[in-house]
Design a protein around this ligand. Sequence first.
Ligand code: ZN
Length: 147
Amino acid sequence: MSDLDALYRELILDHSKNPQHFGLADDAPHSGTSHQKNPVCGDEITLRATVDGEHITAVTWEGRGCSISQASASMLADLVVEEGLDRAAAKELIDGFREALRSRGTIELDEDTFGDAAALSGVSKFSARVKCAMLAWVALEDALAKA
Ligand code: ZN
């Protein structure tokens, strides 16, 4: 295992043990909620996005399942909220993440854009785990469509 792989593994464990933005915020007039399941692995995510016009003001979530699915939700919520993304930027982020995860290891997630979630790059080589990593991102896409 390379140093980078070790670092990435550590980040995934960290986020799954100390999930960020965990615990659903109250349902507000400008929020959308999405519940997503990955029956193959037994992962579940409920994610709520709150918006103020185009600006995303909060992303909170609850879930259970494997460490990849839970870490991915934590990394995503962290990224969107810390960067203060708007809807368009979030869509671009989700599209880029999906493209990389479906690339079978040919596209790397860069840390400048994806923050801690860049640690999930390696997942794209394991097609069975791609859905685990995608779950929260699909939930955000759906929640934003409803918000
Ligand atoms: Zn999983």
